[in-house]
Design a protein around this ligand. Sequence first.
Ligand code: SAM
Length: 400
Amino acid sequence: MGDKMNHDEILKKVNPVYFSAKACLALLAKTGDSDIVNFYNSIDREYLPDLDNDPVTKTRTISLEARYTSWRLIAEDTDCPNIVDLPCGYLPNCLHAARLKKNYYGLDLPIVIDEISCVADKFLNETEKSFVHYHSVDATNYSSMRNALKNVTGKICIIMDGLLGYFNREDLKSVCENIHRLLSEFGGCWYISEAQFIDLMAITYAELGGDKEEMVQMNKAGSGQIADSDNSDFLFIGGTLEERRRFMEDCGFSVKSFPYNEKLKMIPSLKDNPALMKKILSAYGEIEEWVLTADSTSSTANKNFDVSFAQEFSLKDNVLSIRISGRLDTITAPELLKKYEEQRATNKFTEIYLDAANLDYISYAGLRALNIMRDDNSFKIINADGEVLKILEENGYICQ
Ligand SMILES: C[S@@+](CC[C@H](N)C(=O)[O-])C[C@H]1O[C@@H](n2cnc3c(N)ncnc32)[C@H](O)[C@@H]1O
C-alpha cells in the first residue's frame, strides 16, 4: 500500500458494499422521478458506469421503482411516528417522511451517511430538517443501532430494503436479534420488502420477454460480487422463502405476508404503457412483502449486546504488537486502521503480532482491515479461538 489513507479512503476500503446503493440510485434516476434525479445529480458519481437501455437495465429499474414506491406507501400507511430506513442508501426517502411530518431515521454505513446527510440537507427546508436524522450504523452492531435511536420516543416502523442479502447466517442472526431487541423496547414493526427480491426481478424480466431463470442466476452472481465473498449459503440469496420465514420465526418474530400488489397500484415510470404496467402489477401478486413483529419470547435473554471494541498498540524492535477486544466490524475496523496508519507514519516495523484472545466477533469489514495490515507486513495472529478462529482460518489466516 502506498501513502497514508485518509478517513474517507479508510471507510471505502473496509466496506466497498456501499457502492451498490449508488448503483441503485443510478438505475432509479432513469425513471425521471425529480427527487431521485436531484439526489443523483448531487452525489459523487465517480466510477458509476453509464447505463444502457437494454432489457436487463430496464428490469432492474422497474423492480427498484416498485420497491421504492412500496417504501413510500408503507411510510404513508404506518401509524408509527418514527420511520427507520435501514439501510437508507442514497435514496430521497427522507423527503417523503418529512413531507408526511413523520420522524425519519436514515441508517447506513458511515461512508454512506457522511455523503447522503449533506445531500439531503440541500433539499430539505428548515421545518423538514427537524424531522430528519441520519446516523452511521452497522446493523450487526447493537450499540450503533441503539445509539442512533437514542432520542426516539414512541413506536418505530423499520422499513428495510436491500440489506439481508449481504449476510451469512451468523450475521443475519445478529441483525435479527438487534432488531428484536429494538422492537421489544420501542414497539412497532419491521417491514421487509426484499424477502423475494430476486424473484421480483425475475418476474419483471419475464414480463419484459426475458428468461426468468437467467435473471435469477445473474442476480445471484451479481450479489456475490457485491458482497465480495462466497455468498452461496446466504439465506436471502440461496435459501427458499420457507427457510427464510422459519429463520425469522426462530429469531422470535411473528411474520405476516401480503402480496406486493396489495399496496402497489402504480409504477409511475410505466404510466405511458398501462398494458405493461397492468401485466407487471398482476404478476407481482406472486411476490410477498413481510411485516414482522417481535414476539415477547426471544432466545436472547442472556446475550450480551454491548460488546464494545478496544485496542492497544505497543512497539518493540521491529515488531508492532496489537491487542484487540470486542467487535471488529464496519464501525470499529476504521478505528483499527486509523491507529495502524498513525503507527506506520511515525514508527518503523516489519512485523505485526495481533493478539485476538479477547476478540468476540469479526465481520468482512474487520477482515479487510487485517488484510491491509497483512499486505504491508509479516503478520501473525495469536490466541484467536471459537467462531473468530474459524472465520480467520476460512479466510486464509494461519493462527498460532
Ligand atoms: C443495495 S443498497 C440498498 C440501499 C437502499 N435501501 C436502496 O434501495 O437504494 C445496500 C445498502 O446496505 C448498506 N449496508 C451493507 N451492510 C450494512 C450493514 N452491516 N449495516 C448497515 N448498512 C449496511 C450499504 O452501505 C448500502 O447502502
